[in-house]
Design a protein around this ligand. Structure first.
Ligand code: GLU
Length: 468
């Protein structure tokens, strides 16, 4: 073990990695790396219903994709049962826990103004048996306090805490017990986690004390992540799966950079920081406690900044997975053509997932014509027919090179009394299918004279048919 702090990322497998979890992992990781500490990965999989190996793999691959490496683990709570058994034995021997046979219905039926467990079995001296759970004997009266780096000192009257269940009748530990036993066993010095756990922490502290755990770890409960309506991020309303961001073509560096700026930021307000800079500058004590707005628009903008900063070769490589599943037949893909367009596309996209739509016209036999663009730029444009006709004519004989295509198009537009943008619009829709895309003349140059001519002809035929 190194001398520095020991932190852990302790996700419960849920089938996907929540961006809030990735954020928690990042803050733990930044803290560990900045302080020369140890970052432990612990899978909290005591819930047998939610215990699938591929979900653990999903967590590991999500962290790996982000570049957050761990020093120890993944430990799995499902493989550490003997530790929890020992802890329960210690608690039983000390009289710190007791067996309880109350059903949920009985607890509810008895509960007074404050819902919760009333300590019914506290002094009944029950033996273990089916349907009996182990509850912690919360010391009463008393108070429980702990320090939170982000929220200051927190003190709770023990009267507000039920004698909570630590293990089922089978001896299977509940979340809090396994969580605390592991934090003790792993020598965790700083518990940095989501604010949802704040209400659990007083209970964790009671357990820690009951188990004779020595000095408490330092706690840091991160702020809540909210959406644009200030609602807690939820999987029903918001895109919360890390995998979704990966599949949309967000770059891990951009996502980490963005996440680091939630609830924290460097003093000088810089918004683009490398991972090294983040490690050097991150301060846990500077994390705020007000809810942090997870702004996908801002993230997407930052992702565009990261995409544009890539050397073009890296951009081309990064695009490969999206190009491999583009909407064209695989054999129609032409890497050389893509490479020529790549610098122009790189300047204009915010995610890699947008890339295929910018180049599909090159690899599809026919462009997919967007109806709204077609109607606006062609059908409802009184000059469209003349522009398409004239361009078909002029493109048939001019030098096939972007600058020359530009010049020729400018000239044919002028003859019709049109500005360049108005001249380009019907040509762009006819050839690429959309009104927005990479620069037109470079696109035509790469597409080639014959295919351009075929598309202009097809557009003219369609236009005449629609107008007749
Ligand atoms: N397993 C808990 C969760 O996924 C985290 C517990 C902790 O960080 O202490 O929410």
């Amino acid at each position: 073990m190194t001398e520095g702090p020991r932190v852990r990322f302790a996700p419960s497998p849920t089938g996907y990695v929540h961006v809030g979890s990735a954020w928690t992992a990042l803050f733990n990781w930044l803290f560990a790396r900045g302080q020369g500490g140890t970052f432990v990965l612990r899978i909290e999989d005591t819930d047998e219903q939610r215990n699938r190996e591929e979900w653990v793999e999903g967590i590991c691959s999500g962290l790996t994709w982000l570049g957050l490496d761990w020093d120890e683990g993944p430990y799995r709570q499902s493989e550490r049962r003997s530790l929890y058994d020992e802890a329960l034995a210690t608690l039983l021997a000390a009289g710190a826990v007791y067996w309880c046979d109350c059903t949920r219905e009985a607890v509810e039926a008895r509960s007074g103004p404050r819902p919760g467990y009333d300590g019914w079995c506290r002094d009944r001296g029950l033996e273990p048996g089916p349907g009996r759970a182990l509850r912690l004997r919360v010391p009463r009266p008393g108070v429980t306090s702990f320090d939170d780096v982000i929220r200051g000192r927190i003190t709770v009257a023990n009267e507000a805490l039920d004698d909570f269940v630590v293990a089922k009748s089978s001896g299977a530990p509940l979340f809090l017990l396994a969580n605390v036993v592991d934090d003790m066993a792993m020598g965790i010095t700083h518990v940095i986690r989501a604010e949802d756990h704040l209400t659990n922490t007083s209970k964790a502290v009671l357990l820690w004390t009951a188990l004779g755990g020595g000095p408490l770890p330092v706690f840091a409960h991160l702020p809540l992540l909210v959406n644009e309506r200030r609602q807690k991020l939820s999987k029903r309303r918001d895109d919360v799966a890390l995998e979704w961001y990966r599949d949309q073509g967000y770059l891990p560096g951009a996502l980490l950079n963005y996440l680091a700026l939630l609830g924290w930021g460097p003093e000088d307000g810089r918004e683009v920081l490398s991972l090294e800079e983040l490690v050097g500058e991150f301060r846990l004590s500077a994390v705020g406690h007000s809810p942090a707005y997870f702004d996908v628009v801002k993230l997407t903008h930052l992702n565009g900044v990261y995409i544009r900063a890539l050397p073009v070769g890296e951009f081309v490589d990064a695009c490969r997975p999206w190009l491999a599943s583009g909407p064209w037949p695989p054999e129609a893909f032409d890497q050389g053509a893509f490479d020529r367009m790549a610098p122009l596309v790189q300047e204009r996209v915010s995610t890699l997932g947008e890339v295929p739509a910018w180049v599909d016209f090159l690899f599809l036999a026919q462009p997919v014509i967007d109806k709204a663009s077609w109607d606006k730029a062609v059908v409802n444009n009184p000059h469209a027919g003349q522009v398409l006709d004239a361009s078909l004519d002029r493109y048939g004989v001019c030098l096939w090179e972007a600058q020359e295509l530009h010049r020729v198009t400018l000239e044919l537009g002028e003859r019709l009394g049109l500005k360049l943008a108005r001249t380009q619009a019907p040509i762009r829709v006819a050839v690429t299918g959309r009104s927005v895309g990479p620069p037109l003349f470079e696109s035509l140059e790469v597409l080639g004279r014959d295919r351009t001519a075929a598309r202009l002809t097809a557009a003219l035929i369609r236009l005449r048919a629609e107008l007749s």
